[in-house]
Write a protein that binds this ligand. Structure first.
Ligand code: ATP
Ligand code: MG
Length: 452
């Protein structure tokens, strides 16, 4: 890319922000991942600018901007309404907890700002001071590393990972999302310092795993995690799969099967929840392995997966969905299932989980070297659709009576027993939909209550 090509590739609304900074006598540069992506002819998903203007000055120049952090980053809306982060040149000092600097210092030279960045391909800037033609600033050979598709730490890799252990996870994540190789000395340093990842917060780990899973082939990054020892530190539950034999693909272990399943979910374009469920679907196997079987691994796995996701502080809804998917992924359909069995399956899994469960099972099938739809998935889907089309009752809300009716008619006291009674009625109606009629249900409730 020539300088003119770069200029043409920067979004006009971002160029306009740079022009405003330069018109106010400041330097302005596109920097970091946005420039890297642009050089790779990928659309950057966020834009970062860096400047010598201090945060207070930025707020003067952009009165609607937000400045809510200690790191000199001011967020501005460009003419397209998109958020652009403008960060004052800075250097970082006194790393103490393997996570973040205790002290930052604003600077006047773009080179000093680039030196604090993690990888050479992220340590490039394009722009310039007021009155100069914009140009590429590349003190660490990042342009060449972009061309060669290599991730190389800026400076001494072991030292840089000691400052902030997240950089190791960023390396494997970027290797997966960009399809880059990690340069040998950088890779070796990750192996040496992997243990430091134990100091990272769950949120930061989860954010990287989420981005890693969004890659076209997440297995690339996951394998690097396993190989460097990062996996054993951030997810020992998964590292326990390495070397556990399984009978799916000859010569491969349980971890290989997991990776194939995750890649299959990605290849099918599934969302983050299904990819996470694919990663965790067999996490209960190492603990249940006995004589080549893994009895009850899905129930154990659901608990282990939920505990891991809670440790990573994932949103409650995501954790619940993944837990359900892991818990129910072992269903085995048979054409002899009665309609009632199909309805019980829907009620048990939960209507809102069905699509994801089929997606997970397809990924698991592919990961096991079987056809995507193995296990008669299409037939089961058809039967589920037929049941749903006839307005089946699957939960308390669908019953023709409610708790108040039970209290009023049967003279029962309010309390948890009412809920249990309603659940038993749901079970009966799932099995036999014609029972869902007021007088029938009340009579049934009376006899169930009497039987205790
Ligand atoms: P993405 O494609 O996810 O946006 P990115 O490299 O742009 O990847 P950001 O989190 O947007 O990641 O960070 C922007 C830039 O800030 C990076 O390109 C890098 O220059 C710098 N950076 C981010 N995190 C770190 C870190 N932990 N240590 C050093 N530099 C970092
Ligand atoms: Mg970015």
């Amino acid at each position: 890319m020539t300088p003119a090509d770069v200029s043409a590739a920067v979004r006009p609304a971002v160029l306009e922000l740079m022009d405003r900074l330069r018109a106010a006598d400041h330097a302005a540069y596109v920097v970091g991942g946005s420039l890297r992506d642009l050089l790779l002819r990928r659309e950057p998903h966020d834009w970062d600018l860096t400047t010598d203007a201090r945060p207070a000055r930025l707020q003067e120049l952009f009165p609607d901007s937000l400045y809510e952090n200690a790191f000199g980053t001011v967020t501005v809306r460009d003419a397209d309404g998109q958020a652009v982060e403008i960060t004052t040149f800075r250097s970082d000092h006194d790393y103490a907890d393997y996570r973040r600097p205790r002290r930052i210092e604003f600077g006047d030279r773009v080179e000093d700002d680039l030196a604090r960045r993690d990888f050479t391909v992220n340590a490039l800037a394009w722009g310039g001071p007021a009155g100069q033609e914009p140009a590429l600033v590349d003190p660490f050979g990042g342009r060449e590393d972009v061309t060669r598709q290599v991730l190389r730490a800026v400076g001494d890799p072991a030292e840089r990972f000691g400052e902030d252990a997240l950089r190791m996870l960023r390396a494997v994540r970027l290797a997966a999302t960009l399809g880059f190789a990690i340069e040998p000395a950088t890779l070796e340093a990750i192996g040496r310092r992997a243990q430091l990842a134990s100091h990272l917060s769950g949120e930061r780990i989860a954010a990287e795993i989420d981005k890693l899973l969004a890659a076209r082939r997440p297995s690339v990054g996951l394998r690097l995690m396993a190989q460097t020892g990062l996996l054993a530190v951030v997810a020992p539950e998964l590292a326990a799969q390495i070397g556990v034999p399984q009978n799916k693909t000859p010569g491969e272990d349980l971890w290989d099967h997991t990776l194939r399943s995750v890649d299959a979910a990605a290849a099918a374009g599934r969302d983050g929840v299904v990819r996470l469920a694919a990663l965790l679907h067999d996490v209960g196997k190492p603990a249940t392995a006995a004589d080549g079987h893994f009895y009850g691994h899905e129930a154990v796995g659901a608990e282990v997966a939920a505990a891991l996701l809670r440790r990573w502080h994932l949103p409650r809804d995501t954790t619940d969905r993944v837990e359900r998917l892991v818990r129910h992924h072992m269903f085995s359909y048979d054409p002899s299932w009665s309609d009632a069995a199909v309805r019980r399956f829907i009620a048990k899994v939960g209507m809102e989980t069905l699509d994801d469960l089929f997606s997970l099972r397809e990924a698991d099938n592919v990961g096991s070297g079987m056809p995507r739809a193995a296990g008669d998935l299409a037939a089961l889907r058809g039967r589920i659709a037929a049941e749903l089309a006839s307005n089946v009752v699957l939960d308390r809300a669908g019953l023709a009576i409610d708790g108040d009716d039970l209290i009023a008619t049967l003279g029962l006291a309010p309390g948890p027993a009412i809920g249990r009674l309603l659940d038993r009625l749901v079970e009966r109606v799932v099995a036999e939909p014609r029972l869902n009629e007021r007088t029938t249900l009340l009579a049934l409730a009376r006899s169930l209550a009497e039987d205790g």
